[in-house]
Design a protein around this ligand. Structure first.
Ligand code: ADP
Length: 651
């Protein structure tokens, strides 16, 4: 390393610790920071929670001049700027929400070179006078957030982003760094071409989110299941996704009726209500937001502790993006999916409206992948990563977190400077219900044969309820009139309840042994595969939840990973909330959950102790250190028996 490079590396480390309060870089961050400091263009794909903002905020603090950050959502800009200012950066934003006098003030600070970072929307670049103003300034570099919005191939194309394609031409000496959490190789090429990036430093990080725990349970009574889960996570912020506006409203009011602070969010609500509800969630005024997929982009909230899907998502991409909104702060978060076969025909019905046959086939294939994710006995994380063409890092296999290997590697040739797995989580955070042994694969051939035989012997002309009535030996006029009380399988399954048979049918449908027709009176029919089970000895395996639950709960695992005092954590969280209300900022902007967990573990008593914690830099220490230390001291006084580990043991 040249002398120059090693001195900038040292400077970066110092700023990382003193300003941001972090002891080390997360994967990929250091080299991205270095590329920007070396005035190279950069293209970065890193998952949500990977730490993209630090990659431009840190060099913006070091380099002379102002960094222009292009951010797509006005609603998000204020929170982003508040967080940067809390960190101790000189940041501001320019958008249509500012009053004329505020706008003049920001422009004055900008012209005087008093800002490290200025956040603007892409629309501004369509205004020639704005571009001319920028030309008169000392710009350090341009950072483009959510860069995939410039590509028509991406899922969030925004025509405003096309305004950015002239940046390189207008500012030939200014480096450009583009960031996104999602970009296929095709979208990557499109972004690099549209922005005309010059031999950019390319980083594609792993999509793995090691602090997220994935779990699927059979959907039985979704309202009860959602309520139970939310109650088990009382005090934590969570998102519950539902498919329709009606189910969103019903679920939100069901939760509210049971004293859970929950509010709805969907496209049917007017703009003002949507903004108000999102803001209430962001500021921890409510615990749960029940939403359709309309809720998502623009969620910077770092302390979302769970995402519960009450219905089946349409594809793995959506599921990954939606679950990815939890655990941005790197602390353990829970992703639960309620899976019921009944959701599949509803989604398929929607696909029937697609006129383009290729598109329709693709949509069906994506749905099948999603169903497979929920029903196959293979590590959920592996399946998700496999979907993105990524192999699950072998190191996980070594520590026994995953027994099954369904991964495949991405062999497509592509110019990438770095691909590193992202794994910043404590090693003991569990992976998924399958790896944790919460679910087992059991032989269900006999039950499958009973069902298949009943479907065949009733002429493949009846629906789910009738087939179940026959095998459980229901005594009804209709069954007698049809003569179904005389077939061989009548009553063959009476020792199990109807719920068992309903789940069994779901399993056979999901695995393609039988099918359910569409229309007003859907009936069950046999697929060719079922004949192999009936006549050729094929065995049927189904997933079953173990009665005693998994090896460890997520909360316990989080505690094992870094035991903290929950009572103190709750008190510190209340203090954070009070301060946030005073400042008019979201609580996570003051300190993240991760920092509070560390406080509730190490009980810092001095500034020297406090500054060692993750996320405590000089500015936050000066702003809030005393208040938090006072709360901790008070707690200690009333709990003399507690002996926390020394902060110096923190690594
Ligand atoms: P992204 O924009 O990629 O979703 P963020 O920039 O919001 O990610 O960062 C995610 C979380 O990681 C934030 O809580 C941030 O404070 C934290 N973080 C970023 N860099 C580091 C680091 N080097 N060490 C510890 N935590 C970090």
């Amino acid at each position: 390393m040249s002398e120059n490079a090693s001195s900038t590396a040292l400077q970066s480390m110092r700023v990382l610790k003193d300003v941001f309060g972090f002891n080390s870089f997360l994967h990929n961050q250091e080299e991205i920071v270095q590329a920007i400091l070396d005035k190279q263009d950069a293209f970065v794909v890193m998952p949500t929670g990977g730490g993209k903002s630090l990659c431009y905020q840190l060099p913006a603090h070091i380099v002379d001049g102002t960094c222009i950050v292009i951010s797509p959502l006005i609603s998000l800009m204020k929170d982003q700027v508040d967080a940067a200012v809390e960190t101790g950066l000189r940041a501001s934003f320019l958008n249509s929400s500012l009053s004329a006098s505020m706008k003049r003030q920001v422009e004055a600070e900008l012209s005087a070179g008093e800002l490290d970072l200025i956040y603007v929307s892409p629309e501004r670049f369509a205004m020639p006078e704005f571009v001319e103003t920028l030309k008169r300034l000392n710009l350090s570099f341009v950072a483009i957030d959510e860069a995939h919005c410039i590509s028509e191939w991406g899922h969030d194309f925004r025509p405003d982003y096309l305004n950015l394609s002239t940046i390189v031409q207008d500012f030939p000496d200014v480096p450009v760094a583009a960031f996104t959490a999602t970009a296929t190789h095709r979208v990557q090429e499109d972004i690099v071409t549209k922005l005309a990036l010059r031999s950019p430093h390319v980083v594609r990080a792993s999509f793995n989110r090691p602090n997220l725990f994935y779990k699927v349970i059979p959907k039985q009574k979704p309202s009860d299941q959602i309520l139970k889960f939310v109650r088990n996570h009382a005090g934590e912020a969570g998102i519950v996704y539902r498919t329709t506006r009606k189910s969103v409203e019903q679920t939100a009011s069901m939760l509210a009726k049971h004293d859970v602070k929950a509010i709805p969010y969907h496209a049917g609500l007017n703009d003002a209500t949507r903004v108000k509800n999102q803001d209430a969630f962001n500021k921890d005024e409510v615990e749960v937001i029940v939403a359709t997929i309309a809720f998502g982009m623009g969620i910077d909230k770092s302390n979302v502790r769970y995402v519960l899907h009450g219905d089946l998502p349409k594809n793995m991409e959506s599921y990954y993006q939606e679950t990815g909104r939890s655990g941005r702060d790197g602390e353990p978060a829970h992703c639960l999916l309620l899976f019921g076969y009944g959701d599949i025909p509803k989604i398929r019905f929607f696909f029937n409206t697609i006129t383009d046959e290729t598109e329709k086939k693709h949509a069906i294939k994506c749905l099948n992948d999603m169903v497979q994710y929920a029903t196959v006995h293979a590590c959920r994380r592996k399946q998700l990563l496999n979907y993105f063409g990524e192999e699950y890092p072998p190191s996980h296999l070594e520590v026994g977190r995953c027994e099954l290997d369904v991964g495949c590697s991405d062999s497509r040739p592509h110019p990438v400077d770095s691909v590193y797995p992202i794994d910043n989580s404590p090693a003991s955070v569990p992976c998924c219900d399958i790896c944790e042994g919460e679910v087992e694969s059991v032989d269900a051939t006999e039950d499958a044969q009973i069902l298949m035989s009943a479907i065949a012997r009733t002429g493949e002309r009846f629906g789910i309820n009738h087939v179940i009535a026959v095998i459980t030996g229901e005594d009804s006029d209709r069954i007698r009139q049809l003569g179904h009380d005389r077939i061989k399988t009548y009553g063959a399954g009476k020792d199990r309840d109807k719920r068992h048979w309903r789940l069994m049918i779901d399993n056979l449908l999901a695995q393609g042994y039988i099918l359910q027709t569409t229309g007003d009176y859907p009936i069950l029919q046999l697929e060719p595969r079922s004949r192999e089970v009936l006549f050729d000895g094929e065995r049927v395996q189904v997933l079953k939840t173990r009665r005693k639950g998994g090896k460890r709960s997520l909360r316990r695992a989080g505690q094992e990973a870094g035991a903290y005092n929950e009572e103190l954590f709750n008190q510190l969280r209340d203090l954070r909330k009070e301060l946030a209300v005073e400042q008019g900022v979201p609580p996570y902007v003051i300190f993240t959950d991760r920092t509070l967990h560390e406080m509730a573990r190490f009980f810092p008593a001095t500034e020297a102790d406090m500054i060692q914690l993750t996320g405590v830099g000089e500015k936050r220490l000066a702003s809030y250190g005393l208040q938090f230390m006072a709360a901790i001291a008070l707690f200690r006084e009333s709990h003399p028996a507690i002996h926390p580990p020394k902060c110096s043991n923190y690594s």
